[in-house]
Structure formats: structure tokens, C-alpha cells
Write a protein that binds this ligand. Structure first.
Ligand SMILES: C[S@@+](CC[C@H](N)C(=O)[O-])C[C@H]1O[C@@H](n2cnc3c(N)ncnc32)[C@H](O)[C@@H]1O
Length: 391
């Protein structure tokens, strides 16, 4: 069994995991964790690096005695034994657990230190910094009812790598870009759970600087497609993909086209290639601040965006496009209230079927419209994410 510790937008995290591990059987879930069984360890570890919404992955220890296991691990270690303990599920007193284990280790004359600060669960940075994964010494206790289960962390998300990708890369603030991690989640959700191939071929018709395509390649996919209205963006993406070739990324192929998404009906990319999904975001409308946001301005944005999307979806319908589409639309926050891009709902109902993101037995609801929301706390604009099929 594997426990996936979820990110704060836990519904998105769960939707992603269910698409990445369609054969996993759900044992338990709440806002903090999803427990899946019937998965292979190697497969879990290979796919872990492509997950957006999982903070850490924990595997059951299969031991009767938690303290004996820790004592054995400490005895095997030459020198001082560093370890951490985190607790999930019903609230338990981490301070007393840490104290208990520490005295057990001391009584057995084993030199050790726990790395928890202020008796809190460990962060990813602490787990990586203290090298607790290779030493298999980040322990977790998950308490449900009267039972406690003991687990050890086998993978943790390396936030630093993403921070570098997000901010270390040259960015064009005017073009804007999807956050790299969000690209991964959208690509993961675009998968067909019945597909046998792990190679997901995506097409971004608003390719911009190619962030989504680049993330797809980092995930291990070997073919990507993109197009853009602006010729300079097509050139920039070509250069960026060329640069990626020089990095240690597996061999890949790509094709780009200079085309208005309104004319998607004439897209040679769709007509002449096999693609698995369109995954994209156009743009979120003009940037607004707390001072200048207003219902009128939101309405104007909704109208501008609607015109393009009407043409885009009807074009895909005329093309008889059969594969999935994962796309984000903006929603706005004003005076603690969300204003959705309601015009898009009519367009979607006209041309698309909104795909369910969770099996019905999970009793886990997306929004009323079948989407999932992503918004950073301080931002006024968020993203409403849909998985669609053309009618
Ligand atoms: C925010 S960027 C897209 C970001 C990109 N999807 C990524 O992965 O980061 C928006 C892009 O849409 C392009 N664009 C705007 N209107 C378009 C249209 N009608 N058809 C195609 N591309 C368009 C712009 O030139 C710009 O490059």
C-alpha cells in the first residue's frame, strides 16, 4: 500500500493520482492523504517525478512494533542516526511520540537525533536536506480509529527544482505562462485511464514560449505539438525546444505551426498527426488589481474570451476531434466573492461533454460545473480547470 500526501488543492491532487495510477485501488482518502493499493513500487517511483499535487509518498512498513523498527534502523547505522517522525489522521501528540522514541534509543545506547522542529511534521526541504529518504528514516504514523499504521517515506517532492524552473528561466511577463507544475497536472489529467501507453502526446494551440511542451518532455513524453497566432512565439518555442535538446532529455520530436486558434479547423497538426490531448490555457484576461477590478471590467474580459472560444470549440467539432481537452479558464475574486466565466458554460454545453474527474463511488465533488479550481491565495484571478470531450 502507498500513501500519497496531498497538496492543499487536494481534489486536484486526487484527480491527478487517479489518472496517473488508474489501476490503484482506493483504500482511504481525506483532505490530507490518498491511500492506494495494488500498485508496484517501481512504477510509483518512476511516475512520482511527474506528479504535481503529491508532497510525499509513503510505503507501509509492515511491522508490528514501530519502536523496534526504529531501534533496528538506528543499530544498522554507523554513527549518529538522524530521523524524523510525522503524524497524520487523528491528531496525536507528536511531542510525546518523539520523546518516547528518543528515550527508547537512549536506553539502548544508540546515538541519535530527531530532526523535527518545534514538534511539527517535517517539510519536504527538511527531508531532502537531512537525506532521510536514502536512509529510510522519515517515519510516519497514520492513525485511523483505534489502529495506528506505521510507514516510511520513499519519495518527496523536490520543491527547489521547480522553484528554479519557475523563476530561474527567462520569462516574458507580457506573454505570461502557465506555472510549470500546473502544466504537469493538466497533462496528467488529460490521460485516458484505459490507455496502455505512458507516452502522452499533447498539443498546445496557444503555445506561447512553450512551457507546457517543455514540461511534457521533462515528464518523459517524446512528442509534442504547438501552435500560436504570433509568429515570434512559434520561433521562441522552436528555440526553447532546441535548447532542451541540448539538455539531458530523452530524444523527442515536435512540430509547430503559426495559426490562429479560431481557425483550428484548418490545423494541419490535428489533421495529420495522432495526438492524445489538447492541453492549454489561452490567457487569463488583462491583469487587474484590488484597486481597479470591477464587474464591468470582468464582463469585458468574459466577452473577449468567449468570442475566441466559441470559434475554437466549433472548429474542433467540425474537425470531428475525438480526444480529450484539458483547459483552464479564468475566474475572478472581488470582495471575497468568486465571479466565474459564466459565458463559457453555455459554449461548453453546446460543443462539449464535461468529463468526470472522480469515480462516482468516491462521493467527492468537483464544482457544480464539473471543474476543479486552482488559485493562489493572494491572486485575484484563478483558474477553472475542465476535462472535456467534443460532442
Ligand atoms: C499566456 S500565453 C500561453 C502560455 C502557454 N500555453 C504556456 O505553456 O505557458 C498566450 C499565447 O496565446 C497566443 N494567442 C493569443 N491569441 C491567439 C489566438 N487567437 N490563436 C492562437 N494563439 C493566440 C499569444 O500569442 C500567446 O503566445
Amino acid at each position: 500500500m502507498f500513501i500519497f500526501q496531498l497538496w492543499r488543492e487536494y481534489k486536484l491532487s486526487i484527480a491527478e493520482l487517479l489518472h496517473v495510477f488508474p489501476r490503484g485501488k482506493i483504500v482511504f482518502f481525506n483532505e490530507e492523504v490518498l491511500v492506494l493499493k495494488s500498485l508496484k513500487r517501481d512504477d510509483v517511483l518512476t511516475k512520482a517525478k511527474t506528479l504535481w499535487g503529491t508532497i510525499k509518498i509513503i510505503e507501509t512498513l509492515g511491522v508490528d512494533s514501530f519502536e523496534d523498527h526504529i531501534l533496528e534502523s538506528a543499530a544498522r547505522k554507523e554513527g549518529k542516526f538522524s530521523y524524523g517522525i510525522s503524524v497524520f489522521g487523528e491528531r496525536q501528540n507528536l511531542k510525546s511520540i518523539l520523546g518516547w522514541i528518543k528515550s527508547e534509543l537512549r536506553d539502548n545506547e544508540l546515538s541519535s537525533r530527531y530532526v523535527n522542529k518545534d514538534f511539527e511534521n517535517l517539510s519536504s526541504a527538511q527531508i531532502i536536506g537531512e537525506r532521510l529518504i536514502p536512509s529510510e528514516s522519515d517515519f510516519n504514523i497514520i492513525a485511523t480509529g483505534k489502529q495506528s499504521i506505521y510507514w516510511v517515506t520513499i519519495w518527496v517532492q523536490d520543491i527547489e527544482t521547480y522553484a528554479q524552473r519557475d523563476y530561474g528561466k527567462k520569462r516574458d511577463m507580457i506573454v505570461g505562462m502557465l506555472p510549470p507544475k500546473l502544466c504537469q497536472m493538466m497533462i496528467n489529467i488529460s490521460k485516458n485511464p484505459k490507455s496502455k501507453s505512458d507516452n502522452q502526446i499533447v498539443y498546445d494551440p496557444f503555445v506561447g514560449l512553450g512551457t507546457l511542451l517543455i514540461e511534457s518532455l521533462y515528464m518523459g513524453n517524446t512528442k509534442v505539438y504547438g501552435s500560436d497566432l504570433n509568429e515570434n512565439m512559434v520561433k521562441a518555442t522552436r528555440t526553447n525546444l532546441g535548447n532542451i535538446k541540448k539538455e539531458n532529455v530523452a530524444d523527442f520530436t515536435f512540430d509547430l505551426q503559426n495559426i490562429n486558434a479560431k481557425d483550428i479547423e484548418h490545423s494541419k497538426i490535428i489533421k495529420s498527426n495522432k495526438i492524445d490531448a489538447i492541453v492549454s490555457e489561452w490567457y487569463l484576461g488583462e491583469i487587474m488589481t484590488r484597486r481597479n477590478i470591477s464587474v464591468e471590467r470582468i464582463d469585458t474580459q468574459r466577452e473577449i474570451l468567449s468570442d475566441l472560444y466559441e470559434n475554437f470549440f466549433s472548429g474542433l467539432q467540425n474537425l470531428n476531434y475525438k480526444w480529450s481537452i484539458v483547459i483552464c479558464f479564468p475566474f475572478w475574486e472581488m470582495e471575497w466573492k468568486y465571479f466565474y466565466f459564466e459565458n463559457i458554460y453555455d459554449i461548453l454545453n453546446k460543443y462539449c461533454q464535461i468529463q468526470e474527474l472522480f469515480p462516482t463511488y468516491m462521493d467527492l465533488e468537483s464544482t457544480k460545473t464539473g471543474s476543479l479550481l486552482y488559485k493562489r491565495e493572494k491572486q485575484l484571478v484563478g483558474r477553472e480547470i475542465f476535462k472535456l470531450k467534443i460532442k
